[in-house]
Design a protein around this ligand. Structure first.
Ligand code: SAH
Length: 257
């Protein structure tokens, strides 16, 4: 009898389909089944072989397309049929991606699996917005934080420590909670004038970037109808973007004349 197939839990990167790793691409080409999430681009799926079965398991905000347990069951099921399975997830599978839960389910079922990292959206969005997450003299640390707690997840976010102890905050899933996040950070002593970048659909052709302060970020988000996927970057490093833009302007003038 044929043994179980393998499952590759693969990070697809932040949006731009070219930001996937060579290893991930290889697995995608060889896959017989690809289970993919909502934010995965069509271009990436096109790299799967013509015979590969494509299974959508994404979640629209507020709606569960497929419960997590069903995803686990399917991953195990396809592997037991001896298939080469790719579980394709946005960004990195282990950064707010539930990749850990999927790995645990596979390990518990005795299925061979691997995890292939991806560029998480904080890195992608920061790069394409021109905001370095660390910068000499401005930031020696950054943290990736979720702005939304899952149901039943009782572990509190330590906004007090984050406000005081981390230089740059990259806040995922924060759009719907932006007013509450602002209040928490201000309450715990983050300066109201701390610059903020709101980056929607980072690294994609639809990217929109807005700069404001911590104090007015909720108002700007509402005014521009900031929508998911979006990342909130809080910290002095946001000012580097302006400096870069000045140089870009000079360069344009220089090369243009
Ligand atoms: N595993 C993913 C994160 C999944 S959580 C990763 O490593 O990136 C989903 C959240 O990621 C979104 O709510 C948003 O905050 C962020 N996100 C994903 N893609 C993004 C993009 N292209 N631009 C900005 N934020 C993005």
């Amino acid at each position: 009898m044929k043994g179980p197939g393998t499952v590759s839990i693969v990070g697809a990167g932040p949006g731009d389909s070219e930001l996937i790793t060579v290893k991930a691409m290889k697995r995608l080409r060889e896959a017989e089944v690809v289970l993919y999430d909502r934010l995965i681009s069509e271009e990436l799926l096109a790299y799967a072989g013509p015979c590969a079965e494509l299974v959508y398991c994404g979640k629209a905000p507020g709606r569960h397309a497929m419960p997590q347990e069903d995803i686990h069951r399917r991953l195990v099921g396809y592997a037991l049929e001896g298939k080469r399975v790719v579980r394709l997830k946005g960004g990195d599978p282990f950064v707010f991606g539930r990749g850990g839960e999927e790995a645990l389910a596979l390990a518990a079922a005795g299925i061979p699996y691997e995890v292939i990292p991806g560029i998480t959206s904080a890195l992608g969005a920061a790069a394409s917005a021109g905001v370095p997450l660390t910068h000499r003299g401005a930031a020696a640390s950054f943290a990736c934080v979720t702005g939304t707690r899952c149901h039943g997840d009782r572990q509190p976010i330590r906004w007090d420590l984050l406000a005081q102890g981390v230089d740059t905050l990259a806040i995922y899933m924060g759009v719907s909670q932006i007013a509450a996040i602002r209040s928490e950070l201000l309450r715990h002593g983050k300066a109201a004038q701390t610059p903020v970048a709101l980056i929607e659909s980072g690294t994609t052709r639809k990217q929109r970037t807005f700069i404001c302060t911590l104090d007015d970020m909720h108002k700007l988000a509402a005014a521009v109808k900031l929508s998911n996927p979006a990342l909130i970057l809080v910290g002095e490093v946001v000012r580097v973007r302006e400096q870069l833009q000045q140089f870009e302007h000079q360069a344009e003038v220089y090369y243009g004349s």
